[in-house]
Write a protein that binds this ligand. Structure first.
Ligand code: GDP
Ligand code: GDP
Length: 441
């Protein structure tokens, strides 16, 4: 899916570029020259919560006369409207409603795209914004771009229009993308071959060189899976000079484009430093994770009960920071173990894409805060008003609190644990984000 575009529209001097800079922050803007306007169009990247978007500041206009002005305004708004997912229509709350604002509003209303009416330069409660209701758009939102007032509310509104295109999402959901990763010789190629052995491989291309990234699509019981970038692994090159280095980059890329990272460890060796690094990367990437103690047949051969327990406990200990990830025991010599993996893929993927209704979350929050209220920090007590799931893959929750600095990390841990007790999040990371919000009376 491409990054959504947000257009800032409005007559000159209402504060578009000030708002643009506030949204884009220190990040670099990309300029685009537009004939007939005094300023270049500016594109910049911005983000709010877990959502990334592009902002375009549509620039100021040279107003030589009314007609020219109208043409320019039309042109400017048109360009922005065509590209944008949502339009922020900025007006000047100090100057009040003008004829030109009404012109722009009329045009925007006819376009049918979502418009957020932001009344800028509102820095005191005495300033009224009621005049702007006349524009016949959504409720005007008072902000101050220069002083950063109400920008959070504006961003909330902006990202609320970013819901994914339904068709696109469905297509995405049909196939589970799995990256099989692990150190050289851990058994990736053998594992994949064994996994594919009995299943119907729908597309399997032979890469010309190991540098080609080729995904393998397979089907099992009507469900489709893609093994990300594995063809090269299956047909390993003996000639490649820098296999280790290359395979790391390749793994990272595969992880990025997968839903589930399937990390193979050499059961007898336990968790190495490199394994931990890769695991850390997977955690950061927010992907679902399953960890396999591979070549399990070798461990079992030893037939020492204590030894087996030790191996498992050590691995769990070294991987404490991803305790949500199920640990499985695999061997190419025990196909039964491999067959069961498909159910696990389904389950983990379901958890990774799950959406918890807000009422259930808030019941849980009330209980959690009741049992274990937020401790006071520096004489002040934090309060979480509510939370809501803002995204899936991985499940991401936004907590609205009186003051985010009063919500300690350990309390988020506590809430995450409660969340995991109440709902099945096995195999998926969950993210908790905190936002400060003034209590609305
Ligand atoms: P643009 O032409 O719409 O891009 O407007 P600018 O961002 O260049 O701002 C026009 C003028 O309004 C500048 O002098 C800004 O300093 C001022 N301005 C912008 N935002 C605010 C605000 O929130 N409050 C006040 N008081 N002035 C602002
Ligand atoms: P890759 O480099 O991660 O792709 O590892 P390979 O698939 O090439 O396997 C490396 C070695 O481990 C080979 O000699 C395999 O035969 C062996 N191997 C792979 N899987 C297993 C297993 O489940 N059990 C045992 N005992 N050996 C395995």
């Amino acid at each position: 899916m491409s990054t959504p575009l947000v257009a800032l529209v409005g007559r000159p001097n209402v504060g578009k570029s000030t708002l643009f800079n506030r949204l884009v922050g220190g990040r670099k803007a990309i300029e685009e020259k537009i004939p007939g306007v005094t300023r270049d169009r500016l594109y910049g990247r911005s983000s709010w919560l877990d959502k990334e978007f592009l902002v375009v500041d549509t620039g100021g206009l040279t107003l030589s006369g009314r007609e020219e002005m109208e043409i320019q305004v039309q042109k400017q708004a048109q360009l922005a409207i065509e590209e944008a997912v949502v339009i922020v229509f900025l007006v000047d709350g100090r100057q009040g409603l003008t004829y030109l604002d009404e012109e722009i509003a009329g045009m925007l209303r006819r376009q049918g795209k979502p418009v957020i009416l932001a009344v800028n330069k509102i820095e005191s409660v005495e300033q009224s914004i009621v005049d702007f209701y006349q524009l016949g758009l959504d409720d005007p939102l008072p902000i101050s771009a220069a002083h950063g007032l109400n920008i959070g509310d504006l961003l909330d509104k902006i990202v609320s229009f970013f819901s994914p295109v339904p068709g696109e999402k469905q297509q995405e959901d049909e196939v589970i993308r799995i990256a099989v990763v692990g150190r050289p010789n851990v058994g990736k190629s053998s594992f994949i071959n064994a996994l594919l052995g009995e299943e119907r491989v729908i597309v399997s291309q032979e890469p010309g060189t190991t540098r080609d990234a080729i995904d393998t699509l397979l089907e099992r019981e009507g469900k489709k899976y893609i093994l990300v970038d594995t063809a090269g692994i299956r047909k390993k090159s003996k000639v490649f000079e820098n296999v280790e280095y290359y395979s790391v980059i390749r793994s990272l890329k595969a992880i990025d484009s997968a839903d589930i990272a399937f990390l193979l460890l050499e059961a007898q060796e336990g968790v190495t430093e490199q394994d931990q690094k890769i695991t850390g990367y997977i955690l950061e990437s927010g992907k679902a994770l399953i960890i396999a103690m591979n070549k399990w047949d070798l461990v079992k051969q030893q037939r020492k009960e204590g030894h087996v327990l030790e191996i498992v406990n050590d691995a769990r200990d070294d991987l404490k920071f991803v305790s949500f990830a199920p640990l499985v025991f695999t061997s190419i010599y025990e196909p039964r173990r491999l067959k069961n993996l498909f159910d696990l893929f389904q389950k983990v993927y379901e958890n990774y894409s799950t959406r918890i209704p807000t009422p259930l979350l808030n019941k849980l929050l009330a209980d959690a805060q009741g049992v274990n209220p937020l401790p006071a920090l520096k004489g002040k007590r934090g309060k979480i008003y509510y939370w809501t799931q803002s995204a899936t893959k991985p499940p991401t929750f936004v907590l609205f609190a009186n003051n985010s600095s009063l919500i300690h990390f350990s309390y988020l841990r506590y809430l995450e644990n409660r969340l995991r007790e109440a709902f099945d999040f096995k195999g998926t990371p969950v993210r908790l984000l905190v936002r400060s919000r003034k209590r609305k009376e």
